[in-house]
Design a protein around this ligand. Structure first.
Ligand code: MN
Length: 364
């Protein structure tokens, strides 16, 4: 059953990518970035490129991955390369008839670009990252199910981890437990090294877990996610070990309300910068604007951070099927920080909040 679903899914993705060829006036698209290769073909190995032309789809990889590529993909011709993949492309004349070749410019290494350019000196090589990034930002049903599973695993781990947090346990011990439990509950691995940041460490938005012991009376930021079939989850909760000072309770309420303001405006057709503004403006007006030092959120899928970018700098517009995070935060150096992050599915009306973990103030 699953293979029928995934087959349909990957044929739909290929059609979707090719439907943009005319608008960019390209006759081929070359993908070198592994998450995009996985997106387009299903292939999860660590060395390949994909070439998509209107009529054919080639996945070129080395000997180690031939069987895996055959097992994981539908509708692709698997081509074996004995080393230099672009040389193989030339020798086998896979791009021979292409005059205008699109590449994912945000992710293709400059050296690879030069190589491609010298091998196909007659063709125009055009950086068109938005083609694949835009396709990947609108999720199909299969992808949404994968993300939901990843989000549910992360939520379950959060609930279990609360029982383990006690005075004098080290941040890294909790981080290790998170990694362990996510795998035990069905994940392939962590989306990124789990962040457990206590006390003053919580004032760093992207803190690393350290050997520091968690003390009674401290704020603890837990930011982690997992991988399921290559798809990421990402969640942040800020909790307290022992009764927090009043000012922290107040800040928690502000961040939670800011998140609500952001979530409320999320809908297909809304500008990403307007979503950022809804939350930021609320924090600004209360005088904490300078402590909210990052954008409100990001798209998530086969990459942990992808389009659309929920930022005041973004010119993107939300589309039905985008999966995004909303994660406002307030960080005060030498005091501590608070962040709350959920994953949402964008629809034509209200968004669906996929993260089910409680956002009530948790005091252990
Ligand atoms: Mn995030």
């Amino acid at each position: 059953m699953e293979s029928v679903l995934t087959k349909k899914h990957y044929l739909y993705i290929l059609r979707k990518i090719k439907s943009h060829f005319a608008a960019y006036r390209i006759d081929a698209y070359v993908i070198t970035f592994l998450p995009h290769i996985k997106y387009a073909s299903g292939f999860s190995g660590s060395n390949a490129i994909c070439i998509i032309t209107q009529k054919r789809n080639y996945l070129i990889t080395d000997k180690r991955y031939i069987q895996q590529a055959k097992n994981e993909t539908f509708g692709w011709e698997i081509v074996e390369s004995d080393g230099d993949i672009f040389k193989t492309v030339k020798e086998k004349k896979l791009l021979q008839k292409s005059n205008r070749i699109g590449i994912d410019g945000n992710h293709t290494a400059y050296a690879k670009y030069l190589e491609l350019k010298s091998i196909f000196s007659e063709s125009k090589i055009l950086p068109i990252s938005e083609l694949i990034e835009d396709c990947a930002s609108v999720k199909g049903q299969y992808e949404i199910e994968c993300i939901k599973t990843a989000v549910d695993i992360t939520t379950k781990v959060f609930e279990k981890i609360l029982d383990l947090i006690r005075p004098d346990i080290r941040e890294l011990e909790i981080s290790a437990e998170i990694s362990y439990l996510q795998k035990v509950l069905g994940a392939e691995g962590d989306a990124f090294p789990p962040i457990v940041a206590s006390g003053k460490n919580s004032a760093y938005p992207h803190a690393h877990s350290t050997k520091k012991k968690i003390k009674y009376g401290e704020i603890i930021t837990l930011d982690f996610g997992c991988l399921y079939k290559g798809y990421h989850s990402d969640m942040t909760r800020t909790i307290f070990l022992g009764k927090p000072e009043e000012k922290f309770k107040k800040l928690y309420g502000i961040v939670l309300e800011a998140q609500k303001k952001g979530i409320e405006v999320v809908s297909a057709g809304v500008k990403c910068k307007d979503v950022d503004f809804a939350a930021r403006n609320f924090i600004d007006k209360l005088g904490f604007g300078k402590y909210f030092t990052h954008s409100l959120g990001h798209g998530i899928g086969l990459s942990i951070h992808e389009a659309p970018h929920i930022s005041y700098k973004s010119s993107e517009v939300l589309q039905k099927g985008n999966v995004i995070t909303i994660e406002p935060g307030i960080y005060m150096q030498n005091i501590g920080g608070i962040r709350i992050e959920d994953i949402l599915l964008v629809t034509d009306s209200k968004p669906k909040i996929l993260t089910k973990a409680s956002k009530d103030l948790i005091i252990l």
